[in-house]
Every structure is written in structure tokens, then in C-alpha cells.
Ligand binder design. Structure first.
Ligand code: SF4
Ligand code: SF4
Length: 327
């Protein structure tokens, strides 16, 4: 049966307001999965399954389904056999891990999963729409129905929830909030800015580490907090940082777009969409939107980091101290 391209429909006005680009779901009537996004796997523009091509080539965005051979990309018989063996190994690993309640890669073996404090849920659908892996279905009243065996533990749902009611045993909005609270902010008369970096632990954080190991120098005013994925960034961390007097916040994530490098597919892109909505609020609070910046880096970009960090620090010095300092 010929596959018909069909974009995921936005279900109502509330969902339209989320501004998340819809996935392309091809309908082939083969898999018939029970996912709110549709019964097939999200695809790329030539109908091949969407996956992180560099790091997880057999992956699809449906946990437990692995693509091999010509269903994965154009290839000959020899490569198809090799590809099939690779995908089968991944499938075995998936059965073994999920049977004991653990996550598959990239957080292979993680035993935590998102927990929802449902009494405060407003049924806003952000978590169900933004989960890159379709791991949260919903009932007819739009209550989220988490499916832990599908979950990759990226934390995107945690970053998306405006009520901050989604958390993991070892990762929560409160935990990162406390790390930010613990950062020392020099007084205005010290004339030393303080800058927070929220860095993706997959690429940006190792790139910072590489720069450090190679003894590269950059402005000493930075304090770095690693995140599972920049998509788990909750806007409250930015609000809390600026209201505490931190002079600027730099978000370091992975490249997004057609040749994305985000291990969780959409995390970095979602984070930049969230950030675009925060600029107006900052201007309203008489805080320059230039105080918050989003940059993408890959692990091999470590040599570019000192210039990038120094340029942002100079920009913040030009803007002057955060007016909330000392309040
Ligand atoms: S942690 Fe990631 S994969 Fe799991 S439910 Fe949340 S958004 Fe989906
Ligand atoms: S994002 Fe939070 S408030 Fe909105 S539906 Fe999900 S759990 Fe409920």
C-alpha cells in the first residue's frame, strides 16, 4: 500500500498555542501503534525513520522499534546484512533493559522515570505534545498518561510543564533550582559579573571539559550547571537566576534543524522555542533580553568556546550589572 504523507493534526486551539513544529507521521497501516501522535513512526522528508543519525543510527522515535537495511537508508545487500545484525543487537538490549524497568540509550540503565503530581495538573497538554518519543498518551480529559517503558528519560516533559509537577527521583526543577540558588553572586561594587551556563551534558558540557583539559582560558565569571538535555530547561530557572542578580544566562545546546545533533531529537529546538517566548517578559521587567543567550555547540567545537564565552561576558559588561543585584 502506498504511503500517504500526513502531518499530525493540531487538535484544538490550546494545542496550537504550543508552537511546536508538528511531526511528520507517514501512514502505512503496518505498525498501528497506540500513540497520541499517530500509529506509525515519525519520518524524515524522504520517508526514512527519524533518528539521531550519527550516534544512534538504528534508533527510531518509538522505543523498541529499530530500522535496518533499506527501511533505514539506501544501501546494498552487504550493508543491509550488517545493518540488520546491528539493529537486532539493539533490540535485544532494549528487551533486556526494559524488562527490568531501565531506560534504553542514551541513558541506558537509568531506573528513574518521570513522576507526575497529578493533583496540580491543568491538562495543558504541553508534556504530551512536546515529548519527542510519544511516551505520554492522554485520556479524553487531556490528563497525561505516562508510558514508562517508552520513556528515554530526557526530561523534556519536565522542562515543558508550566506547573512544574513533573520530576525524577534524581532530577527535578527543584534540584537544579537549588544548584542555581547556591551560586555566589558578587555584589555590584565588586564589579564582577556572574554568568550562569546551562549546558547539555551530552555535547556542550564535555566540550567545556575538553577546553578545561587543554588549559584554554576564558572569563572566570561563569558557573556551569549540566542538564540532561537543554529541552529539560524550565523557564523558571532563568527567572530565578535573573531575580537573584545573576547578570546573564547562556544556554549551550546542540545543533537543531534538518541536520540536528540533539540526542533527544527535539530537546534543543524546544528549548530555543521556549526562550523566544521569554524575551518579551524580560523586556517588560526592564531586563534586557540580551542577558539570555542560546548557542549551539558540538563536542568538537571546544576550541571555539573561549571566544564565544568571552564575547558574551564583554556584552554583559557593556549592558551593565543586573538591576536586581542585592535585592
Ligand atoms: S522524560 Fe522524555 S521521553 Fe520520557 S516522558 Fe518525558 S519527554 Fe517523554
Ligand atoms: S505539562 Fe504539566 S500541567 Fe500540563 S498536562 Fe503535562 S503535567 Fe499537566
Amino acid at each position: 500500500k502506498e504511503a500517504k504523507p500526513q502531518e499530525e493534526k493540531k487538535e484544538d486551539k490550546k494545542e496550537e498555542e504550543l508552537l511546536v513544529p508538528p511531526d511528520i507521521i507517514r501512514r502505512s497501516e503496518i505498525l498501528n501503534l497506540e500513540y497520541r501522535q499517530g500509529p506509525e513512526i515519525p519520518a524524515l522528508k524522504y520517508d526514512f525513520p527519524d533518528s539521531h543519525f550519527i550516534c544512534f543510527p538504528y534508533e527510531t522515535r518509538r522505543t523498541g522499534i529499530y530500522a535496518a537495511g533499506c527501511s533505514h537508508r539506501p544501501m546494498g545487500i552487504g550493508s543491509t546484512k550488517e545493518d540488520g545484525a546491528g539493529a537486532a543487537m539493539k533490540a535485544i538490549q532494549c528487551i533486556e533493559l526494559t524488562s527490568r524497568g531501565a531506560a534504553v540509550h542514551p541513558r541506558a540503565g537509568d531506573l528513574t522515570f518521570p513522576e507526575f503530581a497529578m493533583q496540580r495538573c491543568t491538562q495543558c497538554k504541553r508534556c504530551t505534545v512536546e515529548c519527542p518519543f510519544g511516551a505520554i498518551n492522554e485520556d479524553e480529559k487531556a490528563n497525561p498518561l505516562p508510558q514508562p517503558t517508552r520513556c528515554r528519560r530526557c526530561g523534556v516533559c519536565m522542562g515543558a510543564c508550566p506547573e512544574r509537577i513533573i520530576s525524577f527521583k534524581n532530577y527535578s526543577v527543584g534540584m537544579i533550582g537549588n544548584m542555581i540558588k547556591a551560586i555566589n553572586v558578587p555584589a555590584e561594587e565588586d564589579e564582577k559579573p556572574r554568568i550562569l551556563v546551562l549546558a547539555c551534558e551530552n555535547d556542550a558540557y564535555p566540550a567545556l571539559d575538553m577546553a578545561g583539559l587543554r588549559r584554554m582560558n576564558y572569563a572566570p565569571w561563569y558557573r556551569v550547571v549540566p542538564l540532561r538535555c537543554l529541552g529539560s530547561m524550565n523557564l523558571v530557572w532563568i527567572a530565578d537566576s535573573l531575580s537573584k542578580g545573576i547578570d546573564g544566562v547562556l544556554l549551550l545546546g546542540c545543533k537543531h534543524g534538518d541536520d540536528y545533533q540533539c540526542h533527544f531529537i527535539k530537546g534543543s529546538e524546544l528549548s530555543s522555542i521556549r526562550l523566544s517566548k521569554v524575551s518579551e517578559t524580560l523586556n517588560r521587567l526592564a531586563l534586557e533580553s540580551d542577558r539570555v543567550r542560546f548557542e549551539t555547540v558540538s563536542i568538537i567545537d571546544y576550541e571555539k568556546l573561549p571566544a564565544l564565552l568571552n564575547e558574551f561576558a564583554e556584552k554583559l559588561q557593556e549592558i551593565g550589572p543586573n538591576p536586581f543585584k542585592g535585592w
